[in-house]
Design a binder for this molecule. Sequence first.
Ligand code: HEC
Ligand code: HEC
Length: 463
Amino acid sequence: MFNKRLVDCRLVISVVYFLFSFLLPSVSVMAATANHSLPEPVTDEEYRQHSDEKIKLGQLLFFDKELSGNRNISCATCHSPVIATVDGLSVNIGTGGQGLGVLRNAGNFPSTVNDPQSRGIRNMTPLFNLGHQSFTTLFWDGRVQVDETIPQGFLTPAGDILPFGFDSPLAALSIFAQTDIQEMTGQPGTNELADASLIAPHEPVWEGIMNRLRAAPEYVDLFTEAFDDIDHDPARMSIVHLGNALGAFQDVAFRADNSPFDRYLRGDSHAMSQNAKRGMRLFYGRAGCSSCHSGVFQTDHDFHAIGVPQVGPGFGDGESGLEDFGREGVTGEIHDRYKFRTPSLRNVFLTGPWGHDGFFNSLELMIRHHLDPLNSLFNADPTQLVLPSRPDLDAVDLLAFNNNEITAAIAQAIEIETPKNFSDKNIKYLLDFLQALTDPSAQDLRKSVPNRVPTDLPLAEIR
Ligand code: HEC
Ligand code: HEC
């Protein structure tokens, strides 16, 4: 209904402009540019349809620690429903960690025994709106991507052993945290999935997970209800079904397109405050944000180097093994070094710390970084990092950060053009706009939590 009204209203406006354009050409050009820079509102047709049974199965899998080697971590441990699908840390603490959110610590075990308990490599990406058809490239470095030249349809870290039949990039991505030693699999010697990873990194682990689920009669029933081709035969349950169910759940549970900004785009001119509107005009105009954060989800789905300082264990890139080359790690192209995917800014007020390694613990500092990246990089304050302390892990946290050569190379790659003379007031307006990207439902996603999971493993971390 809003949509229709908006269309009608746009029609009237464009007719008026058309008439005026004969009289006042310069005014009409200005107005048209201002109009064009705002995106169209999101519609339901731009998302996929999923059956209730598939969504229900995906929900149970998302919260079930059975998917992790030592049955001590689920997708939701990191992608928490009470912290807007992230964990609030700069970089995550995976399997073997204790506690939730910013209280999560790495435990006291040596990092090579039992679970790895090391730090993760990158800041958590939130899960909002990823089922929307425009999200064809996922992860900070785009290592999961729709690719029509590949028979399976997707580029992923599994290369040509990726099975066929995933519904979406989100579904294909959803089978990879389970094969990550630090995130979910655990250390070889501690469980059968981790041992299977010694044979090959993906397939034997996926098979191990499916064997666990095949042995649980409740899951066999749930898979049968969700998919036509299983019919109570556990042997037919596959990792593709698992990915598709997880993808369906995340698509529906974490859809967030009812922010004040969305309501404004749908025609409710009072949905946003005056200051948020000022911020929006700056964002899609003079501040230049939308040259990268474009479209309705504030992302061009492309990669840019903006000089966020590097901390933490890194991706293992470079001579030091402590760097994160970002997109280059996927394409092998040196011109992609230090480029990361432009993040969507939906619910960004709720998803700090910010940046690919969670360096910035203040949204204002994150914005100011864009305005003067060199100054921000060279004068960055590492005390803002949210990394629960443990002596052996602390030792690596700042090695890359304190390495002048690495910092100089990151600076060299910066490609951002910064707006000149940007006042504090304007930064405040931008913050007001970013706040207007918050969907109220994202503040508390506890309704997405099931009462129990089929394996009856505990849902939350207990210290
Ligand atoms: C140990 C913490 C951890 C666990 C457990 C975890 N994730 Fe993640 N997830 C991350 C991090 C960190 C990233 C970003 C990594 C990157 O981009 O390189 C991420 C990224 C993602 C993304 C991509 C979002 C985007 O915008 O590109 C999806 C989808 C996702 N995870 C789903 C899942 C699912 C489904 C599970 C359970 C099977 C899961 N995750 C388990 C930490 C975790
Ligand atoms: C040249 C492209 C580009 C421009 C222009 C740009 N950004 Fe960014 N932005 C990025 C990239 C890339 C990242 C992630 C970089 C990283 O972590 O290494 C990012 C990160 C962010 C983040 C952190 C999001 C998160 O989830 O961690 C915010 C907030 C942000 N930008 C806001 C803005 C605002 C406001 C403007 C305008 C003043 C702007 N950006 C201009 C490319 C851009």
